[in-house]
Design a protein around this ligand. Sequence first.
Ligand code: NOJ
Ligand code: MG
Length: 534
Amino acid sequence: MSGSRAPQRDRPWWESAVIYQIYPRSFADSDGDGIGDLEGVRHRLDHLVQLGVDAVWLSPIFPSPMVDFGYDIADYCGIEPMFGTLADFDRLIAELHARGLKLLLDFVPNHTSDRHAWFQESRASRDSAKRDWYIWRDPAPDGGPPNNWTSDMGGSAWELDPATGQYYLHAFLREQPDLNWRNPQVREAMHDVLRFWLDRGVDGFRIDVLWHCIKAADLRDNPPNPAFRPELGDKFKVLQHHSANQPEIHEVAAGFRRLTDTYGERLLVGEICLPVETLMQYYGTADAPGVHLPFNFQLLDAPWEAAALARIIGDYDAALPADGWPNWVIGSHDAPRIAGRLGEPQARVAAMLLLTLRGTPTLYQGDELGIGRVDIPPERIRDTQDVRQPGLGLGRDGSRTPMPWDDSVHAGFSTAEPWLPLNADWHTRNVARHHAEPGSMLNLHRDLLALRRAYAALSIGDLTVLAPHGEVLAYERRHDGERLLVALNLTRAPQRLALPDGVTAEVLLSTLPHRHFGGELAPDEGIVLRLEEV
Ligand code: NOJ
Ligand code: MG
């Protein structure tokens, strides 16, 4: 490869970085309880180095009753014993940093666990000093919930507390009461949480459901959703106009940002599921700076068609604020696996898309192996979302199955039966096997990441989407005289690819075994070409 190394310049580190999401329960188990842990992660850092990612985002590792597998936090400043200790954490971050890797933690500000001491105190009586830390209201005149808001996990968003005769609000499970972000003491306490981890050296946070944190002050009813169908789940019964995305959220985000900025170049990634125009507001303004990267989830369910993808990419790029840096996500612990949706040949193309677009990519553990759909037998379902609203296909266990490391017992993930089943093809789809196989999904990811590192045009260059031709999605990436063309055949048929006028092309990487480019893309082929003007 002949490209220059991506220059560091005065750009913040995350602009040229690739983030890798670790779901700690399912990455690697060091103590034989069938559940991943911090020591497991630490023992597998070589995988991340060989893959070539720059930063790790760890889904929650804090003490938790695990009703929502760590997104129900009982203590923000500790480590869940099942995952290890603070000493394990300190060792992990030191070893990540020693390898030049950054660490992002998951910050969950919208809700705590109902086991959190704050909530225990809040629910103890109507006059509790922490009553107002959560959102309590009297029943409606008929004794029912105070308004029509629904929980994302099914049912009403209100739970009656018989002891004090009031309802509390929970946007997610009833075991996840929502904090009251209009209360300054809550803000201060949560800022202390950020400081606690920043002081321990973390490089930033992924912020859980940021757009949910503030609700309309008067808690008025949400409008009914005209497009509701029961199979969508209760979340979609009403439009979340008053329960989320309120103007005051931007001041909350600015508070996080001002605080983290005092620690230097720390990254804030916001989980925000809103249409693009609204999403852009979460970058903030000069006066009220927002998160650096409001997660861009559009690829998770984009139609796999060249025209649609070209529009999504072009519109997103055009909508970005002047100094807003883009980002892309194609998998997570909440979304169906991309390889399950598209099949492996197109999942290879999708990997090339994710890792050659302009913006910081987030790669979800296991996608580098092309793990597909894993069907979970009913008796092994663990996701409370699935248990509470069964039969709607809302379960997320299928994307949370353990990492298969090799073909030894339990795929080298654990010495015990893992908490969720492995992917059925783990005997052949595992890290060790893919490591040894040229052209494997894992090696494709390594090659893509190496290419991204070698060519600044790919990490930080400009992007121009070319008019789609047939089912080929093509875009140019340019930087400092480097000119790369990425062309993705989204079909199982060969497709012609016309080069721009006046250039010759050299193949830098194909999703298929390396070959010469002769004006055509093979079925399911994605290709990165280096263009040279003649
Ligand atoms: C988003 C997280 O990604 C998801 O896993 C969780 O259930 C909800 N937030 C609630 O915290
Ligand atoms: Mg364990």
